[in-house]
Ligand binder design. Structure first.
Ligand code: C5P
Length: 219
């Protein structure tokens, strides 16, 4: 029987890397909800929308198409039919996404869309509010974290492969700031669901963390 797996946690905890592996092993779809918040943030930046305006943000999203498509090189992200998979990882988007994601007008629409994408299928979904809001009935909920130093180090290594060379200290500052904004916002703040299992990955490899989640999923 297919189940729903909710994977939440702070920035750069390795959620998407691990979610991808788990989904592949189980033959489930993988949904990166952070990519969806990043896509609408990219559009807001491109269109010069005031990021602090809740109503404008909601109106923008209402006339926007965000699609996720699996491919051999991982998940592709489309914004109004345009491939923005790389563009949504820019420092500019990363620096603004938490402000955009704090709007109720944005979250209401995103949660609905994410629930539709997951409906009736085996899914691994990663984000901040999956266990608490998007898939409250998920059979397995995992809240993944690691020390901020370790998370910054991992992001640094990942960036290197993509030819991005932001200094380590800067990454650590950016990650800490994003965690703070995500945890302190009024609407669906980042927090562990009551029935989620906490997984500290500071001293785990990607393979070990994925194996642990597969074990919890009963594989
Ligand atoms: O997962 P990722 O780091 O790409 O997410 C980018 C940002 O999107 C987060 O820092 C957070 O502000 C927002 N987000 C969210 N809820 C989710 C997923 C992401 O608010 N479910």
């Amino acid at each position: 029987k297919s189940i729903q797996i909710a994977l939440d946690g702070p920035a750069a905890a390795g959620k998407s890397t691990i979610a991808k592996i788990v989904a592949e092993q189980l033959g489930y779809i993988y949904i990166d909800t952070g990519a969806m918040y990043r896509a609408i943030t990219l559009k807001a930046l491109n269109e010069g929308i005031n990021l602090s305006d809740n109503e404008a943000a909601g109106e923008l999203l209402a006339k926007t198409a965000i699609d996720l498509q699996p491919s051999e090189n991982g998940q592709l992200v489309f914004l109004d039919q345009q491939n923005v998979t790389e563009a949504i990882r820019s420092q500019e988007v990363t620096g603004s996404v938490s402000e955009m994601a704090a709007h109720e007008s944005v979250r209401l629409q995103m949660v609905k869309l994410q629930q539709q994408l997951a409906e009736g299928r085996g899914v691994v979904m990663d984000g901040r509010d999956i266990g608490t809001d998007v898939l409250p009935k998920a059979e397995l909920k995992v809240f993944m974290s690691a020390s901020v130093e370790e998370r910054a180090r991992r992001r640094f290594e990942e960036n290197k492969k993509r030819n991005i060379h932001t200094p380590l200290e800067e990454l650590q500052g950016e990650i800490a700031k994003r965690d703070q904004m995500d945890s302190e916002r009024e609407v669906s703040p980042l927090r562990q669901a009551d029935d989620a299992i906490y997984l500290d990955t500071t001293s785990l490899t990607i393979r070990e963390a994925a194996a642990e989640i597969l074990r919890l999923a009963g594989e």
